[in-house]
Design a protein around this ligand. Structure first.
Ligand code: FAD
Ligand code: UDP
Length: 394
């Protein structure tokens, strides 16, 4: 293979981590190449418009949220925002429920109006006293008791992870807020909004602003490392893959996405269910915790994007075992996985002229704002180490 020109930084993966760090390094004057083995940029946050003109998130819903003004300000250089209060529902026992659990859910359960005080008294009776919850089952039992745990969490979690909540980290189910007032937003973070024209458009702006950052799609890590002589490598793919899985594969959970589109005619028959003209279901996301339903959730992202179109589209998510042919969507939040990851992390820590960042390379259940923060921090570290292109590289 003919070797391309020498560059400064080679970045593997054109998702949030790779593009955010690439933009920073290129802005400082370094010559960077970012590659991705997929045929598009954006990693799992990639979105695109379907044939009917509906903007869809291709790899599951991506609700941007953050408590960090610094991270929001950083991304705001490349996008305007469409504010959204992310609201979802749960569907089980043949009906829709207000979810995450809040006072409305309690009223639906008891079939009459109630108050925060009454709900808190009810919870005080149901809660199982567990001082330091050690797993995802205990974290929910200690907040709401067995009845609500079994209705909303147990089946969903087993489907999603093929593991019992007892065998999963407490932080997993603790992602879901539980409230006794009427706040029914799915997320807790202060800033909740989507990039106004989508994630793909935002990433394109990052590239547009970075003449020294070159993107090559359909190129994998081995090919790229052979092709571009580089001084430093930034790896954002799976860390076990980087090391040829020498300690055995890290566990991942994968998904199969089933996309379906509807025109305005087809949506008309759904109006009694969605409660809204031009929509298929009553919320942007409906969770299906029951074991008998094979998928975990149905997402109709048009509710969140606010896109004005008569058509709509939904995506069903079917959890599946990960095989080397699948995308490793989720690191598994469990002790055995963390122990195995530590062995890879030891290797990564001493790897010369190589940085490991992002959800896959650090095997962390990180949201988009968190990987953005990680990429910015690593860029700062690298720039303080290497200086600017005018100072010689070490
Ligand atoms: P990725 O997006 O995975 O990007 C890594 C890229 O590297 C990929 O494009 C991959 O193709 C490429 N790559 C890997 N290995 C190689 C290789 N050997 N050679 C070449 N290329 C390679 N976060 C939120 O904040 N809000 C949400 O609502 C949300 N919902 C999610 C829903 C789902 C179903 C999933 C799976 C994740 C969700 N996330 C959400 C998390 C979010 O996707 C991640 O935080 C973010 O995309 C991580 O960015 P990344 O660049 O680290 O990794
Ligand atoms: N979860 C659940 N029931 C729900 C929603 C979530 O049991 O209705 C649990 C499940 O284990 C899930 C975890 O909470 O994997 C985190 O949910 P979240 O919606 O944050 O997952 P993500 O969007 O990252 O897939």
């Amino acid at each position: 293979m003919v070797e391309d020109a020498s560059i400064d930084f080679l970045i593997i993966g054109a998702g949030f981590s790779g593009l955010v760090i690439g933009e920073q390094l290129a802005k400082a004057g370094w010559k960077c190449v970012v590659v991705d083995r997929r045929s598009h940029l954006g990693g799992n946050a990639y979105d695109k418009t379907d044939k009917a003109g509906v903007l869809n998130h291709q790899y599951g819903p991506h609700y941007f949220r953050s408590n960090s003004q610094r991270i929001v300000d950083h991304l705001s250089q490349f996008t305007d925002w469409h504010p959204v209060d992310y609201k979802i529902k749960s569907h089980t026992d043949d009906r829709y429920w207000s979810f995450p659990i809040n006072l409305n859910t309690f009223e639906e359960l008891i079939g009459k109006p109630s108050t925060t005080e009454e709900f808190e008294r009810w919870l005080a009776e149901k809660r199982i006293s567990i001082e330091n919850p050690k797993n995802s089952e205990e974290v929910i039992l200690s907040q709401v008791g067995r009845e609500l745990y079994e209705r909303f969490f147990e089946g969903y979690t087993i489907k999603q992870w093929k593991r019992h909540p007892r065998d999963l980290d407490p932080s997993l189910c603790a992602r879901i807020p539980i409230r006794t007032n009427r706040d029914d937003r799915y997320l807790r973070e202060e800033f909740q909004a989507l990039p106004k024209d989508g994630y793909t458009a935002m990433f394109e702006q990052m590239l547009e602003a970075s003449p020294r950052l070159e993107l090559h799609l359909g190129v994998d890590s081995d090919e790229a490392r052979a092709r571009w002589k580089h001084k430093h490598l930034v790896f954002t793919g799976p860390v076990d893959e980087f090391y040829d899985r020498r300690f055995g594969p890290l566990p991942y959970r994968s998904l199969r996405f089933e996309h379906e589109s509807f025109n305005s005619e087809q949506l008309r028959s759904r109006e009694s269910i969605s409660g809204k003209k031009g929509f298929w279901q009553p919320a942007m996301q409906v969770n299906y915790p029951a074991a008998e339903v094979a998928f975990t959730r149905i997402v109709e992202i048009k509710h969140a994007t606010g896109q004005k179109t008569d058509a709509s589209a939904i995506v069903r998510e079917f959890p599946k075992d990960w095989t080397p042919e699948d995308e490793p969507y989720y690191p598994v939040p469990a002790d055995d996985a963390a122990t195995l990851y530590q062995r890879y992390a030891e290797l990564a820590k001493v790897e010369k002229h190589t940085s490991f960042i992002g959800r896959l390379a650090t095997y962390r259940y990180y949201n988009m704002d968190q990987v953005t923060g990680m990429a910015l921090a690593e860029a700062t570290k690298l720039l303080s180490h290497y200086g600017s292109p005018n100072t010689p590289l070490i």
